[in-house]
Write a protein that binds this ligand. Structure first.
Ligand code: AHR
Length: 500
């Protein structure tokens, strides 16, 4: 028996709903085809947004969406994407496949999409190749209510009312595609640009996100924070609300990456081992953040994470289209458990990317749409959104096909929602072994239990021909014991139990 101990009365931190956030870039078929098909499309849509995709994302309770990039953001000039569509500039998407970007999806369309989804908005500004004035005017265009050139332009383009910008990224990957800057240079630019990201209304606070590190580039975090926090007395409240972190899992490294569907047990464990590395990264960057911000007022924002495999054979390599298997489901399940456990510092995360790109929750092909195994994990974990993380721990043992890439057999996290329902999510990383779990629940009665499970063999995936190979099933094999509850978690599975 494996012991899981839960203390539901010991609340640790709030799991911000934004931890379950998403990212959509002008990349491949994410925006065009995946989300936006245009009003004249034969595919069912509302104001150009695919109805099937919008409905699936709403069911999964998407809390926040980041846009327009990614690398694309630091080359995006927002004025190209407003006004009559036929007059919008056609440009080449130099980062992603060299295809024509006709700017038919711009600021108005993004806010319309978020309105339909009922989610918060995270805009990523252009610091790499845009001016301070351009960034400042975009914020004015989106949020100013009253008499101003940008508010008038917005009204002329059909939207009298300002929109709500919840988060604003001041550049993206400025250590790389966003301008190849060094930390000191970027930090000074951050200080300057963010000054003009204004809150025009007292009750409309835009949360500003500073560009953080790639993977374990701790020098970036140190350099950016030391320059940002030097010679500025006092730093105003809201100067920096978040610092980002990007981490992608490539089983065979950045150059080779590795197939999304063709892998053996060794690569299974190697992938999961690399996914688990995110916890070390969180701790490493957090230690540096703690020096400058011991009260944890600046959020860690993992605004790009997920698997990045070799793209599907026969597809445009610049489109980053990949299939999604049970391996992706396990990566999502264990990563979200880790984020929950670090929700005192992590306040938002955005899986890359929402539709048709990298570890997508949805894939489309013409009028067809499928939900990936990763979708089902987000759908099972949605109950953690805005719930209180409670103290819990599980006994684990190391497993794996070779010594180098060992992983713990199980991961878990537990929360209690506003109605008092306890949500337990557990992942079993083993490809062959089931585990009997004996959960001790301290000082709490066990009421009605509803369970759901996602389980299959490691390569299982959904295709356009067979869309429901991997899907959640009811899980009712839970026994109430004198100390809590017990159940058996099958190999290669993710479980969610809701306990009243
Ligand atoms: O998500 C794909 C790309 O990965 C993003 O554009 C960039 O920010 C990152 O390098």
């Amino acid at each position: 028996m494996t012991k899981l101990v839960i203390n539901p009365n010991k609340k640790v931190s709030k799991i911000n709903k934004e931890i379950y956030g998403h990212f959509s870039e002008h990349l491949g078929r994410c925006i065009y085809e995946g989300l936006y098909v245009g009003e004249d499309s034969p595919i069912e849509n509302v104001n150009g947004m695919r109805t099937d995709v919008v409905n699936a994302l709403k069911e999964m309770r998407i809390p926040v969406l980041r846009w327009p990039g990614g690398c694309f953001a630091d080359e995006y000039h927002w004025m190209d994407g407003i006004g009559p569509k036929e007059e919008r500039k056609k440009i080449i998407n130099t980062h992603w496949g060299g295809v024509v970007e006709d700017n038919s999806f711009g600021t108005h369309e993004f806010f319309e999409l978020c309105r339909q989804l009922g989610c918060e908005t995270y805009i990523n500004g252009n610091l790499g190749s845009g001016t301070v004035r351009e960034m400042s005017e975009w914020v004015e265009y989106m949020t100013f209510e009253g008499v101003s050139p940008m508010a008038e332009l917005r009204a002329k383009n059909g939207h009298e009312e300002p929109w709500k910008v919840d988060f604003f990224g001041v550049g993206n990957e400025n250590w790389g595609c966003g301008g190849n800057m060094n930390p000191d240079y970027y930090a000074n630019e951050y200080r300057r640009y963010q000054t003009y990201v204004r809150d025009y209304k007292a009750d409309h606070k835009i949360q500003k996100v500073c560009c953080g590190a790639n993977v374990d580039d701790y020098d970036w975090t140190k350099g950016v924070l030391s320059t940002c926090f030097s010679h500025s007395l006092p730093i105003q409240h809201g100067f920096m609300d978040g610092l980002s972190l990007h981490y992608y899992v490539h089983p065979e490294g950045w150059e080779i990456k590795g197939s999304a569907t063709d892998f053996d047990e060794k690569v299974w464990y190697k992938t999961l081992n690399k996914a688990l590395f995110i916890e070390e990264l969180i701790k490493g960057h957090e230690t540096i953040m703690d020096e400058y911000d011991p009260k944890k007022e600046i959020a860690m924002i993992v605004d790009e994470w997920g698997t990045w495999f070799t793209c599907e054979p026969g597809t445009n390599p610049g489109f980053l289209y990949q299939q999604n298997t049970m391996r992706d489901a396990l990566v999502a399940g264990l990563t979200l458990n880790i984020f929950n456990k670090h929700s005192d510092r992590i306040k938002m995360a955005n899986i890359a990317q929402m539709v048709n790109v990298l570890q997508a929750v949805i894939l489309t092909e013409g009028e067809k749409m499928i939900k990936t195994p990763t979708y089902h994990v987000f759908n099972m974990y949605k109950y953690h959104q805005d719930a209180a993380l409670v103290d819990s721990s599980i006994e684990t043992k190391n497993i794996g096909a070779d010594d180098e890439y060992q992983v713990p057999n199980l991961t878990e996290s537990v929360s209690v929602d506003s109605e008092g329902v306890m949500h337990i999510t557990v992942t079993n990383l083993s490809v062959e072994e089931a585990y009997d779990i004996d959960a001790v629940v301290i000082d709490r009665a066990i009421g009605e239990i509803k369970g759901e499970i996602l389980t299959n063999e490691m390569h299982a995936m959904n295709t356009f021909e067979e869309p429901d190979v991997v899907k959640t099933e009811n899980f009712d094999k839970v026994t109430v014991t004198d100390k809590g509850l017990s159940f058996t978690i099958p190999a290669c599975s993710v479980i969610h139990l809701a306990v009243k």
